[in-house]
Design a protein around this ligand. Sequence first.
Ligand code: SAH
Length: 192
Amino acid sequence: MLKPILPFAHELIQAAIEPGDFAIDATCGNGNDTVILSQAVGSNGKVLAFDVQKQAIEATKKRLFQYQLTNVELILDGHQHVEQYIPEERKQKLAGAIFNLGYLPRSDKQVITKPFTTITAIDAIAANLKCGGTIVCVVYYGHPGGEQEKQALLNHLATFDQDHFRVLHYGFINQKNNPPFILAIEKKSQRN
Ligand code: SAH
């Protein structure tokens, strides 16, 4: 009955997105989530996908080609610079964004997401969400540096104004080996 982490992360992001929407994959990695976002926004929508590693951008390009998806702009740059890539007409119209924190499996474990850049990106993206828009972060923290990022993120998101945002913390607390958990940020609509 309790949804595992990745299926639940995908369900949350898919629930926030409609055809024609604008979405961001902040850490495209191997491109699994990029494909999900791309399919959710459809041919009239648009996805920006970021990664700092060329290898990740290439892997994602390949996956998108396999699925014949053409609505994604791949950006070899840090997500902390996201603001400058959001087109003027899409500002504050973002439906969904996803982060996978940590390092890219089967690659250089030194290249990890970091507290300051992750928080800078989350703040910039949160400021551009439309009402009902959602950011989903899958937090992997079992590597060196992971615990600091986890704590920094929890502390920071706890300060988000509850009149404007709902912040969810979802995870299994009795599993071994630091399993990932979800932090999700929803911009409230006027109603709730
Ligand atoms: N740990 C997850 C995958 C995380 S992938 C799992 O096991 O599935 C994290 C990705 O973030 C990597 O591809 C890495 O290159 C990328 N990354 C690290 N810092 C970044 C930054 N500042 N901006 C964008 N991507 C970044």
